[in-house]
Design a protein around this ligand. Structure first.
Ligand SMILES: *[C@@H]1O[C@H](CO)[C@@H](O)[C@H](O)[C@H]1NC(C)=O
Ligand SMILES: *[C@@H]1O[C@H](CO)[C@@H](O)[C@H](O)[C@H]1NC(C)=O
Ligand SMILES: *[C@@H]1O[C@H](CO)[C@@H](O)[C@H](O)[C@H]1NC(C)=O
Length: 547
């Protein structure tokens, strides 16, 4: 580090580094952990144990004696935040986990693995902790995509963002700067949108747009901060041995763990059998939301793909059409929003289901949703259908605001246990007929104390809207939108066709939702949402993020 750099960056934080490390710097390893399912939580603590164990071995062997102070912290996701930007104030605030001595932060998820702590610490020693930088396995978009707010639409292939499950390494200086930007309530910081969709891309973009090496001077675009691609952080585990260079130890110090095969289905494992309930398409009621103008074009595609595995399927439309057949909701079609229609669908579905004891779940989908019934069944088999369970692809709205909330985005499909459908019909109301249905549902359920549990593999957009590596890591359960795609090809290639291709590992949720987390503590009526919606402009359906 040059002495000039020390003057610029140092003083506060790096006096110790520049003066020959009087005090050891800190390395903070944070494991961001979702509240549910329990298996993910178990993985978080197993990761934490593994890192601590490796650390003790290094200390005993005097490999890193007092070189670094290592702190390991399992960060439970609080109800509303699951993005690093939202978590920062908590790391900096009371916990003081992120402080002036922190040189490196290793940000992990439940499915991240640290295969060599020694290799990782050696690597960090070689990197410059005084630089505003972050390192990870770089993902790129193949085309501009709505899930990334169409950013860099002219040149999407050149903007790297990290694969979060592989782990991301930040310098302390960068995260302290970010924490300041977030805390100062950000008049001069730019957020692409009120929606949190892909925390990884949004983070990379926030850094690119708001962090400059010198905050007091205009910075040319050429020195903006982008993710540094790090070969020691891998999408999956690859050892040097397989790469043909034996005896050098693992090349991947951090990597993502691919999802396991379907839990609870054909599993011989006793504890999975005990935790999971065998679930098939016959246990799921599929409520498909359509309207007259799409009866021909879209329903045909569903009938040619996933319908054959979905014996309990009903098409709910603005018009009854005996030829399909569709059921009329009695609600005129609107361009966006659909709140009244969705509430009517839930009511009609409950009537239709009646006392059919076999049906445990309701899946609400659009007429341009593609899904794999076998994979949805596998996903559900380890959740408890007698409790209030709300699963889907989680998005956030205004998460940093006190009234922000999570919701499951409609196009990917929303999974509800039957008791929860009853609760919704009883408690949730639409502020207006064309309010955004999926958001109102999320808002109401949050107010009722039901968490939006993210289900990996569900997708609000088309396969080409996601980095391929992510789709390979986590076998997809659903996609949405037919434009510019061949839905039948998507169904076979990405959703495993009608067999769900059980040889492909499926989303593994091997633990039912724990009763405690989802049980309603108090049965309060759903609060009046209209005021809030007017305030945020959400009420006008034009604000809806209709993907
Ligand atoms: C925002 O930027 C303006 C000018 O660019 C500056 O005067 C102001 O102090 C900045 N506000 C904050 C909170 O940093
Ligand atoms: C599901 O939840 C109910 C109520 O909390 C409980 O009695 C039951 O044992 C659970 N089922 C499974 C398979 O865990
Ligand atoms: C299932 O998927 C795997 C991996 O994509 C593929 O190799 C295999 O041929 C598929 N099996 C069937 C029966 O389609």
């Amino acid at each position: 580090m040059s002495s000039r750099m020390c003057v610029v960056l140092g003083l506060l934080y790096f006096a110790s580094v520049c003066s020959g490390r009087m005090e050891p710097g800190e390395v903070l390893l944070v494991i961001a952990c979702p509240p549910l399912p329990r298996q993910a939580k178990d993985e978080c603590f197993a990761l934490s144990d593994s890192v601590r164990k490796q650390h003790r071995q290094l200390e005993r062997a005097e490999i890193f004696p007092g070189d670094y102070v290592l702190k390991v912290h399992v960060m439970q996701e609080l109800f509303n935040y699951w993005t690093l930007l939202d978590a920062l104030p908590h790391l900096r605030g009371q916990t003081r986990l992120l402080n002036a001595r922190t040189e490196w932060i290793i940000w992990c998820q439940h499915n991240t693995r640290v295969s060599s702590l020694r290799g990782l610490l050696e690597q960090l020693r070689r990197q410059d902790s005084g630089e505003l930088s972050f390192h990870g396995h770089a993902l790129y978009d193949s085309e501009a995509t709505i899930i990334h707010h169409f950013s860099n639409y002219k040149d999407p292939q050149r903007f790297p963002y990290p694969m979060l499950s592989a782990g991301v390494v930040f310098t302390g200086v960068l995260l302290r700067r970010l924490a300041e930007l977030v805390a100062s309530n950000a008049q001069n910081t730019t957020l692409p949108s009120d929606f949190s969709i892909d925390a990884s891309h949004e983070l990379a973009r926030f850094i690119y747009e708001n962090v400059t090496p010198d905050p007091h001077s205009g910075t040319p675009v050429s020195v903006r901060i982008t993710l540094k691609s790090a070969s020691y952080i891998c999408p999956t585990f690859v050892s040097m041995r397989t790469a043909g260079t034996p005896n050098r130890g693992p090349r991947c110090m951090l990597h993502a763990k691919p999802e396991e095969p379907p839990a609870g289905l054909l599993s011989t494992s006793e504890h999975l059998k005990e935790r999971c309930v065998y679930t098939t398409g016959s246990h799921i009621y599929f409520a498909i939301k359509t309207c007259a103008k799409f009866h021909k074009e879209r329903i045909t595609i569903i009938e040619r793909t996933w319908a054959e595995n979905a014996q309990n399927r009903r098409y709910y439309s603005d018009v009854a059409d005996v030829g399909i057949p569709t059921i009329s909701t009695g609600i005129p079609n609107v361009q966006t929003g659909h709140c009244a229609k969705t509430m009517a669908i839930l009511q009609l579905s409950l009537k239709d289901i009646g006392e059919q004891m076999d049906i445990r779940w309701l899946m609400l989908v659009d007429d341009d949703t593609l899904l794999s019934v076998p994979r949805v069944s596998a996903l559900l088999s380890c959740h408890n259908h007698t409790e209030f369970v709300y699963l889907g692809q989680r998005y956030g709205y205004r998460l940093r605001a006190p009234d922000g909330f999570n919701y499951h985005t409609g196009g990917a499909g929303i999974l509800l246990s039957l008791p929860l459908v009853r609760l919704i019909v009883e408690r949730c109301t639409c502020p207006s007929a064309s309010a955004p249905d999926d958001m109102i549902l999320g808002y109401c359920l949050q107010a009722l104390g039901v968490a939006a549990v993210p289900a990996a593999g569900m997708h609000q957009a088309r396969p080409q809207d996601y980095a391929e590596e992510l789709l390979l890591l986590q076998p997809p359960v659903s996609f949405h939108k037919f434009w510019n795609t061949d839905p039948e090809y998507t169904y076979r290639r990405w959703l495993g066709g009608s067999s769900g291709n059980s040889s492909v590992p499926l989303a593994a949720y091997t633990q039912r939702v724990t009763a405690a987390a989802l049980r309603l503590h108090e049965r309060q009526p759903c609060p009046v949402v209209a005021g809030f919606l007017q305030e945020t402009g959400l009420e006008s359906s034009g604000k809806r993020l209709d993907l």
